[in-house]
Design a protein around this ligand. Structure first.
Ligand code: PAF
Length: 281
């Protein structure tokens, strides 16, 4: 039975009892609108930890002023049912005032990794992510926390923050879950019309082709430029970025060694901004 907790004291009490019993805890931070991708995080946590805490909090500080905060899907009852079906111990769903009370003044900023890709096209986004993830890691007091590789840059930024600030939680990256046609599962896929949903899988197909060409020795810049044109031809309105970068440093990679780089993309389709990334070689 999944217990819903909305306050810090109850969460701390439960954690203290688990800790006294020497039982491990896995944390799965989410913004709700849960799907099979989130359940892959939950399942990874359940395999490795005695208890699982999933958090549901649509974090306002990681949305830009023109982004989809108010439209973000709210499916709390269905989310809770999914967590129950997947044997999650606790759903921590704090109110906004608990996370950001009046007078809240602290930010956490990771330099470097936050600058390219989504950092360039969504200014301030990663400062919001590190702010809330730092809080959730402190509140969760978990042995391990689970993040999806679809948000590869977010995972890299969180790892850097945890290393730099000595958070005791181990960060685990979980492979992207995809629909049969290759589209990465995302809460934002809910924004797609039926016609857009038909177009959406070309995102993954096109970056996989680009990655294969780069792996065969073609220069990344030319390949990525052509791939961005293909996306527009396929029906995407605009491409925020389509780039080949080192998987760890996120520096541009023109002719990367096998397995060291990834092709990253963010592109707009209707009301959705979709992101994806695949390995080169
Ligand atoms: O990946 C997400 O859903 C969010 O960025 C996270 C990690 C839950 C922080 O709000």
């Amino acid at each position: 039975m999944t217990e819903v907790i909305r306050d810090v004291a109850s969460l701390r009490m439960l954690q203290a009892s688990w800790r006294r019993a020497g039982e491990s805890v896995g944390l799965v931070p989410t913004m709700g609108a849960l799907h099979a991708g989130h359940m892959a995080l939950v399942n990874a946590a359940r395999e490795e930890c005695r208890h699982v805490i999933a958090t549901i909090f649509v974090n306002p500080t990681q949305f830009g002023p023109t982004e989809d905060l108010n439209a973000y899907p709210d499916t709390f009852d269905a989310d809770l049912q999914l967590l129950r079906d997947n044997e999650v111990d606790v759903c921590f769903a704090p109110m906004r005032e608990l996370m950001y009370p009046d007078g809240f003044a602290t930010t956490v900023k990771v330099a470097g990794l936050t600058e390219p890709l989504c950092g360039a096209t969504r200014p301030g986004h990663f400062d919001g992510v590190t702010q809330v993830v730092a809080k959730l890691l402190n509140l969760g007091a978990a042995d391990r926390a689970y993040f999806g590789q679809k948000d590869w840059q977010q995972l890299a930024v969180v790892r850097q923050m945890v290393r730099d600030l000595n958070f005791p939680t181990e960060i685990i990256g979980v492979p992207t879950v995809r629909a049969n046609d290759g589209l990465a599962l995302s809460s934002r896929n809910a924004y797609l019309s039926a016609a857009e949903r038909e177009i959406a899988p070309s995102l993954n197909r096109i970056i996989r082709n680009a990655a294969a060409q780069i792996a065969r020795g073609h220069g990344a810049a030319g390949v990525c430029e052509a791939a961005a044109h293909e996306l527009i031809k396929a029906g995407f309105q605009s491409v925020d970025y389509l780039e080949c970068r080192d998987a760890k440093t996120l520096q541009q990679a023109e002719r990367p060694a096998k397995g060291t780089a990834r092709v990253f993309v963010a592109a707009k389709l209707g009301k959705a901004r979709l992101i994806d990334n695949v390995s080169v070689g």
